[in-house]
Structure formats: C-alpha cells, structure tokens
Design a protein around this ligand. Sequence first.
Ligand SMILES: Cc1ncc(COP(=O)(O)O)c(C=O)c1O
Length: 427
Amino acid sequence: MRINETHRYHPKNMFGVLPAAEHDKILHTKNLYDADPRKEKINAGIGVINDDKGDLWIPKAVRSARRRIVDKYISGLLTHNYMVPSGKLEWGGNPDFIRGTANLVFGEYAHELLASNRIAATGTVGGSGAVSTFLEALKERVKSGKPVPAIIYGSKHYPNHEWMIDTRGFKSKTFAQIKKDGSYNLEETLKAVNEAKPGSVLFLQGGAHNPTGINPETEEQWRTIAKTAKKNKIDVFFDIPYAGLNKGLDEDTKPLRIFMDENVSVAVAVSYSKNAGLYGERVGALLVPAANANEAKRVGGLLNRIMRNTVSSPSAFGEAIIAEIFNDPILFARWKKDLSSVSRMLHKRRELLAQSLPENIGPLIRKGAGIFSTIPISEKAVNFLRKEYAIYVLGNGRINIGGISTDQIPRFALALNAALRKYPIIT
Ligand SMILES: Cc1ncc(COP(=O)(O)O)c(C=O)c1O
C-alpha cells in the first residue's frame, strides 16, 4: 500500500519533552576522532590500549583462550544459554570466572573466603556494570534505613562515577587528591575520611587511577587510609579496571587486601576490558566479602535481583574466555607475561614523553601508572591540538598513554609543546 502524506508517521516522541542530555565527553571525543580524515591522527582520548603498530592490544593468552572457547561452542561443550545464578551461593555468572576473580583480588584471603562460602558475587556488564550494580545495592541499603551520608572520591575522578552517583541521588564529597608537584595528597584524603560521617562510602581505584595515573604511593599510605576508614566506620568501594597494567596482577590488587587486613568492609568491582582487551564483550564482576555464608547468600540474592531488574544476566562469552585462562596455569602464566610486557611498553612511552616535556609537566607523566595521566592544559590547548595536529585528548587534560604508539611520541610531544607555548598551563 502506498503511504500518502497524511498517513506518514510523525509521532510526538514520549521523551521529546526532555532537554538534550549532556553528551559523554569521552565518547564524543572518540566520535570526533573517527570522523577526522587525517592519516596522522592520534587518539589519546578514549581509554583503550594500542600496540606499537596501532592495533588494539589483545593479550596472547586471550587470543588462545578465545580460540578454545569458540571450539567449545562449536563442539557443544558450551551452550548459548542464559547463565542463571548457580552454586551454593547462587553466584550470578560463570562460577569459574567468579572463583578466578576472587582469587585474583582477594589473594591470600581468597582460599578461606571461598571455602567458607563468604563471597557474594555476580558477573556484570563490564566494570561499569559492576559500579552501577554496587550503587543499586547501596540504594537498597538506604531504603532499609541505613543512610549513606556521602560517597567520597578524589576531585580528579572518572566522570562516569560522578554521573552514576549523582543520578542515583547520592550526596558526594570530593577531596583534592593530587598535590601541585603531581604526587598523591594523602593529607587531603585522610581529612576527607576523618570528616565523613559513619556509613559514608569511600571510592578508590586499585592498580592505576583514571584519570590521573596517580594513586597512594606506598603500602604505608594505603594502610593509613585503611586504618582511618576503619576508625571512622567508612565502607570502601574498590574499582579495579586496570589490574596488571602497572606492577602486575598481585601488586596492583594489593591495596584492596590492605583494607581487608584492617577489617574494613569492602566491595570490589573488576573489569577485564583493558587488561584482557575485551572491551566490547563487557566482562566485569562485583564481589562483596561477607561475615558468614548466610550473609553472603542474602547479599548475593540482592545482587542477583538487581541484575535481573537491569540486564537480567551477565555476559557469557567474555566470562568463558577469562575462566579458561584462570583454569589453565599455562594460559594464566602467559597472561601475566603479556601484562608485564604491556606494562613495560606503557612505562617506556611515559618516560619518552616525559623527557620531551617541560619540567612542570614531565613529572606528571613520569610518576603516573597505567594508561592515563592528566595535565593542566586549557580547553583551548586541547582544541588547538585537535585542529592543528589531529591529536585527540580529553578537555580536562586527560591523556591516554595507551593510545599513543611509541613512534608517535615525538610528534605528540612536539604538538603538546606547541600547544603549551600558545596556551600556557592553567595553575
Ligand atoms: C575507573 C573506571 N571504572 C570503571 C570503568 C569501566 O570499565 P568497563 O569499560 O569495563 O565498563 C573504567 C573504564 O574506563 C574506569 O576507568
């Protein structure tokens, strides 16, 4: 049937009354980069790791595990069915994936926690899903009459945290976590924790920090924060999306265990997007240790309920890949080797870049770990880099070291120096 003009579909959109949503600056920068036809363009905006050929870095262990998993699907050893909560504790997701993740983050505590069924856990849709599931669980705590006076985090933070916290109606408090010389500001962190009301939640990142690359520098600093949190009855949420990209899986997850040493109540979000190169597969997990098996089962039930209400069940394919690595000591050793080589690559890029930058900027890059550093450049300088050099960094001065291949560093440094001469740094 031909449709004449009067029959065309011109509905009043049910959300048309709403104002335009603020666009996500990170994704917007990626869109601008993708649309740029210049061959020499550099994407130091969105947080992905490229190897020195400019291709997405995927660990060799993940490539091998992926091949095996595909074979298992083909041969029928694995099915495409939903993963429904299973096992004694009704973990959401692949039990081998959850067990492996528990071993990874809880280290020396894992054996006892696992043996006594004291971990509530679910696989999540990426690390973001773990953060949002955690916040949904926290909302339930508020509903049950246990207030969360504030969520506390550093003033230089991952914007998605802020967005997720604000949209769920939590009050937040920030502290200046970076000193002028680029080092971690322990004093301000402790002040914020000391001033917080009991029941507040401190957001920390293990391994490496987004967007600054700067975390507490010593075990002693972490321990001081842990003791202060304990003293003030502050719960701690650890977001760990970069394990293995700095000093190794064990070292990078250790800060969490320092809080466990001090008996602080913790929850941990883990992402395998960057350290396994599984960005699009959306592999993450949320784990919450409990005092006993009954409590773990209750909390696990809540996490399952939240998952059911939002995405129903976690991402099977990616979890199977990671589980395959955890289940095979040879693959696991391979993954560790892959991580140590990518970590060396990132540190080398940092050093090369730092050497070519002014004295007040170089140390910010050199001191950082993982893929990000934030430098105090103006939005004008950021636009200048984009227009004149096809170089993309975020408006807040966040640079993704993982996106600049080693041979692009001289051009990146030249451009950044030119931008800094034209638009001197903001203090
Ligand atoms: C601090 C932090 N948390 C969570 C995430 C989310 O990771 P995913 O991509 O797995 O959702 C990221 C990713 O950039 C991050 O930097």
